[in-house]
Design a protein around this ligand. Sequence first.
Ligand SMILES: [Mn+2]
Length: 394
Amino acid sequence: MRILHTSDWHLGARLGNQDRLPDQLARVDEICGFIDEREVDLLLVAGDVFDEHRADALAKIIGRLGRLLAPRILAGLTCVFIAGNHDREHVFPLLRGLQALVAADDRGRVIFAERPALEQVTLPRGEKLNLMLLPYPTLSRYDLADERWPSPDAKHDALHDEVRNRIQALVSQVKAVGAGVPTVICAHFWIRGVTEGLYRVTEQNDIVIDPSDIPVYAYTALGHIHKPQYVGAPNIRYSGSIERMDRGEAKDKKKAVLVEVTRSGAQGVEELSLNATPFAHLQVSSEEDLETAAARVAEPDRTLVSVTADLRREQSLGSVIARARKLFPRLYGNVDVNWIDARSRDRPAFEADRLDVQATVRAYLSQVLQHDPNAQELTSAAEELLIQTGMSRA
Ligand SMILES: [Mn+2]
């Protein structure tokens, strides 16, 4: 049977003022293309499926995801999603409830797992597969939420022990099922020794799993680490995220993994490239530099751009920002500026006074806009804003 392994979709995650959902869904669309072309039987999403906490936005995302996957599921695809640390606790139980309500016949074709479990799936051609599902370890998902802990360390150690216990219990269940059915693990955690592609992963919050704690089966599909890589053996893999999340992932190649699993194990492991959104960081010292840089950016309409500007006092930051916005519709975050001829004693003095916001705003604006042709307009817009926010009275 053919399995497509992906992870860390992070649907809904934003970058500054940039909506990333169109990028993320474009990658899911590419994944659907692979499913069709390569006749995939089983799609595994190894955690961090959703990265959105607002219920209305999440409902839209789920609707759009459903429209992409539904035709494939109707044609026989099985989809398995496990919960990662970015998946909110209530979302998977909610989706399962909905599933029971509207699609009783299709149960088994789409699995949402937020708790460790062994599931057996039967594919359209009658092949059976054991799936050992290991979501990101949290107290509630591993049934430790009601305990009292003498210290955070004790809590952390207990969770770590419980992950190991649950893996052992699932290993016994696999043995009870008997030989002849291949087993695949799908898990969302950090494996000790992996150092590249850590996205918001910390020693304090994460349970770090030793490679020796994971049994060796036909294939292990991992999520949580954003850079595609194998861990110790070619059939134990992180597929990596489907999109570049931020500048830190600018150089990462994004991939999905296609693997053929038979009774005798994983037969072929193939990485399929995703057309991830490009990032560019530009260091400029004039508007002309921006034009030159724009000519070198291959896909200016699609590229997520950040800018650092080294400017002299007589240059206008406002015009540089305006030009950057025009050249790069996906400019994100603030333009970082270094005033290269500024010495502290030349700077018009103003003290940032936390108790007097309006005075601080006015002093700051009069400093940064002193050579700006739009200074008057910007200053009156700021005054308007101060009134609206109640920081100043008209
Ligand atoms: Mn994660």
